[in-house]
Every structure is written in C-alpha cells, then in structure tokens.
Design a protein around this ligand. Structure first.
Ligand SMILES: Cc1ncc(COP(=O)(O)O)c(C=O)c1O
Length: 366
C-alpha cells in the first residue's frame, strides 16, 4: 500500500463543510495533503495500539508545522483586507512566529513580532532555534517580560495613525479563521483514512493556544467520525480552564463556518500532566524524542510534540489504548527547537540527570 498518495478529491468534496471552507479567502502556503504514514516499529515496540503519524511537520513553511494550515486562511483574510504589515507575537522561541514571519515574507509583507522573554530586550549570547529563524526572516523583534499583548495592540494603533494597514494576528493564530485550517485537516485525514482503509479511533496532538484542537474536535464531530481527539497541553495546564477556552473557540468557529454542530465538554479531551511547565525539560519528553527517533527515524520537538508523544506512549503502556485501537499522532512540527535543548538531550542520551529543567528563555516560573 502506498501511504503517501494524495487524497482523492472525491472524498468529502461535496460535503457542506468543504463547500463552506471553499468560500473563505485562502492563500496556498502549506504542502498538503501531508502524508499519513504507519509507525510499525513504534507500534511493535509498544505492543499496543496501531500507531500512525500525520506529518504536519512537512507542511513546508520554514521548518513546517501546524501553523501553515491556519496561516492559509489568516493570510487570505489579511490580503483580502489589503494588509500591508503583519503584527503578531508569542513566546521567545515561538514556532508560530517563525511560520508567520515566513508566510509574511513569502507574500512580500513586513512582520513585527512582540515576543515574551525573561527580561525586556533579552538577547541570548548565541542565536539559536526559532529565535535565530525570526532574525533570519528579517522580522522586527521586540522582547518584553510582560505586556507583550498590550504592546501589539499599541503598535497596531500607532501603525494605523501612520496610515499603514496592519493585520494583527492572535498568539498561535487561534481564532475561528485560523481554526478553520484544522477543520480542513480533519477532512483531509478522513479522506486518507478511507483511502488507506484505516479506522482511526484516536488522534493525539499538542495543544497550546487551542486552534488545532478546536478545528480537529469540531471537524471530527461535524463529520461524525467517532475519532477521540486528545490534546496534550504543553505547559502546566488546567483542565477546566483549557476546556472552557477550547469550548468557546469551537463554538465561535462553528458559528463562523455556519454549521449547527455544537461541541460540549465531552468532546474536549485534554491531558495536562505531560507538559510539566511550558518548554520544561523532563525525562518523559526526552524519552519520547529518543524513542521516536530510534524506532522510526522521526524527529519530534521538545516543547510541543514530545509531551503529546509522551502521552501516547504512556496510554499505550498503561492499557488506556489497546490492540483494538488505531491512534494517529499528529506531528505539528517545532523541530527547530531541538538544538536549544541540546544539553538535556545529551544528558538523557548518556543516561545522566538533566542539567536543567527550566529553559533560560522561559517566562514561566510558576
Ligand atoms: C509545534 C507545535 N505544535 C502544537 C502547537 C499547538 O497548537 P495550538 O496553538 O493550535 O494549540 C504549537 C503552537 O505553537 C506548536 O508550535
């Protein structure tokens, strides 16, 4: 069986959800469909569910990742509104910022990033990971310890006063426009599952700002798939607050897409015990990276996809996933962060205690 074949357009082409998505302004930025591939060695190693990977790390915008799908719709909206500059931001080593800067550059637009860091104006002695990429992409970068969201609003207003037409995107691109990208991903995944004759029972992925899980959960329900979408938070995470945030965004997205589907708390599965702090280095995350690399030659990242894979591994080992299940691991990208984590990764590989838990660039000391 060829697991890389493109989705045949006959699947879901005339579904109302597809038709509605087709009315939205969209710029082609992502290499889609991304492959849905089996992970036979990891499956054998874990002796539990059948495991597949959906390679959204191969979307191809900068280092790839999930944001490319959101940016297709967000940039579509920006261009429709004649934006002449993009304003956004997030954490210091944000993948969102990398992919947004790459998309903006590809479309000939300048980009302003207001990022959070451990102190105002923080610059590490060596540029690395996504921070290096933000510089390479020629973004205008401001680092603030606090108040980066407010500063983005101020910059937007200042630009308007100067006669510019900024388009400001929320952290992670997680609004109904961005989430539409992951409703679309669910359509794509379902087409592939039909084509490959795979009955998917679970989908594991990393959850941060929530647009990915929102789109997937909404798509899964609207298409009546029965797939359990499991979001694994990257930070400390609070189940109730995360669920509420995702519920609100899901239903706003349903309204935006003019569909009747309503998401309830039962449709939002959030696991919060694997993040242990945003970007924190833990043995479970390092083990997930090593195991995935050694069994499948597949590189995942320390901040987002490692906690999601750690959750899948744990569920397979503890019988929460069984031999009757087929779990898809959505690889959402982020691999540019592997190199800033060289020290804990080296230590783990050598069987030594991790040299640090909280990254130097963290703003998360709770
Ligand atoms: C690599 C990676 N995976 C997953 C996520 C989480 O996606 P979302 O913000 O849509 O929840 C992010 C968000 O930044 C990410 O960078």
């Amino acid at each position: 069986m060829n697991y890389n074949t493109a989705v045949q357009p006959k699947y879901y082409m005339h579904h109302p959800l597809t038709m509605r998505l087709n009315t939205l302004p969209r710029v082609r930025l992502a290499n889609t469909p991304t492959p849905l591939q089996p992970l036979p060695n990891l499956t054998r190693h874990l002796k539990g569910p059948r495991i597949l990977v959906k390679r959204d790390d191969l979307t191809g915008l900068a280092f790839g990742g999930n944001k490319a799908r959101k940016l297709e719709y967000l940039m579509g909206d920006a261009l429709k509104n004649n934006a002449d500059i993009i304003v956004t931001g997030a954490g210091f080593h944000s993948n969102w910022c990398t992919q947004t800067a790459a998309a903006a550059r590809k479309l000939g637009l300048p980009v302003i990033l207001v990022k959070s860091g451990p102190e105002d104006g923080y610059e590490p002695p060596t540029w690395d990971g996504n921070h290096l990429l933000h510089h390479l992409l020629g973004a205008d970068i401001t680092i603030l310890k606090e108040g980066s969201g407010q500063r983005r609003q101020e910059i937007t207003q200042e630009l308007r006063k100067q006669g510019r037409n900024p388009y400001t995107m929320p952290v992670g691109g997680s609004n109904p426009i961005g989430a539409a990208g992951y409703v679309n991903c669910m359509l794509e995944l379902l087409g592939q599952s039909v084509e490959q004759g795979v009955k998917i029972t679970h989908l594991y992925h990393a959850t941060g700002s929530g647009g990915t899980q929102t789109g997937l959960a909404l798509g899964a329900k609207a298409l009546n798939t029965g797939i359990k979408v499991v979001g694994v938070t990257t930070g400390f995470g609070d189940v109730d607050r995360t669920t509420e945030r995702l519920l609100n965004l899901s239903n706003e997205t349903a309204d935006f897409l003019e569909i009747d589907t309503r998401i309830t708390a039962d449709d939002i599965n959030v696991l919060t015990q694997y993040g242990m702090g945003y970007g924190y280095a833990t043995d479970a995350k390092m083990e997930a990276i090593k195991l995935t690399a050694e069994t499948e030659g597949l590189l995942i990242d320390p901040v987002y996809t490692a906690p999601a894979m750690a959750a899948l591994i744990d569920d397979a080992r503890n019988g929460r996933l069984t031999n009757d299940d087929t779990a898809v691991f959505l690889h959402t990208g982020g691999t540019a962060a592997l190199f800033p984590y060289r020290d804990p990764l080296m230590a783990h590989t050598r069987g030594e205690p991790l040299p640090w838990k909280i990254p130097q660039w963290s703003t998360d000391y709770t």
